[in-house]
Write a protein that binds this ligand. Sequence first.
Ligand SMILES: N[C@@H](CCC(=O)N[C@@H](CS)C(=O)NCC(=O)O)C(=O)O
Length: 299
Amino acid sequence: MPNFETRASIASFGGKLLKLTHHSKTTQTPMNLNLFLPASAFTHPSRKLPLLIYLSGLTCTADNCSEKGFFQHGASLHNLAILYPDTSPRGLNLPNESDSWDFGSGAGFYVDAETDGYRDHYRMESYITTELPELLWGEGGDYRELIDGGRVSITGHSMGGHGALTLYLRHPELYRSVSAFAPIANPLNCPWGQKAFKGYLGEDQGKWREHDATELVRRWGEGKKGELRMLVDVGTSDSFASQGQLLVENLEKAVVGSGLKAGKEGVEVRYQKDYDHSYYFMASFADEHVEYHAKFLKE
Ligand SMILES: N[C@@H](CCC(=O)N[C@@H](CS)C(=O)NCC(=O)O)C(=O)O
């Protein structure tokens, strides 16, 4: 029995975008995800592919970026697979789950919740770091012949940028590199992060710090954990940045303060003139991010 049901197989940039569904043991719900396989998965199936995980932002499903992020273009050029997970479990009818767009459905924040009701289902960190790897490329994985689990990198947008940065910083053994588009970079200090962390982790801010990219970068520097492979882009006309929701500048200060190497081989934070928070911004830099990861994934 395969782990996933394939609901659709859509031709895209010479490869196929597979729309998959399964029942997750971690969230105890059905979960949808998309998996892009470049052409070589079909022409040379004995050659294993590196994989880039893309984590989406608030309100998104696995489809937003698959349809308009244009990552499949770069993935075809560099011969990578891309995994697009959903952003939360859905349809549980938990208290406050569907009342607002920045908490609950579509807003799982890539943490394992500890609060009543949520702790049994909203476990997106375990889902992304453990369950999906096991079911896709682990020993019993449906794509174990096609995907090389030793060559995985991670990227994401907004809430997904926070997810990519924190999962990389918390589990550096799993990923070769990280990049982020307009990430929620210091959730401890912004309204989106404070609301989510309170709702999923409770009142203890010590727990929040474990999921804050700026805090984790600072600790990385203090622990001298070595080279960070991190690229961050944010637009200068991003309305959520000007509302203080992203705080990328705090992440940048932590990088500089920690003496972490800047530039192409280390950490790079770029402010892209005139770009906003939307997928117009994402799509404009998707190729550059894929190329950035490809460099490490081909090593
Ligand atoms: N629903 C919010 C916007 C939320 C939003 O911009 N979400 C971003 C991620 S933080 C996104 O990717 N939205 C989906 C899309 O643009 O396709 C609003 O109405 O202001």
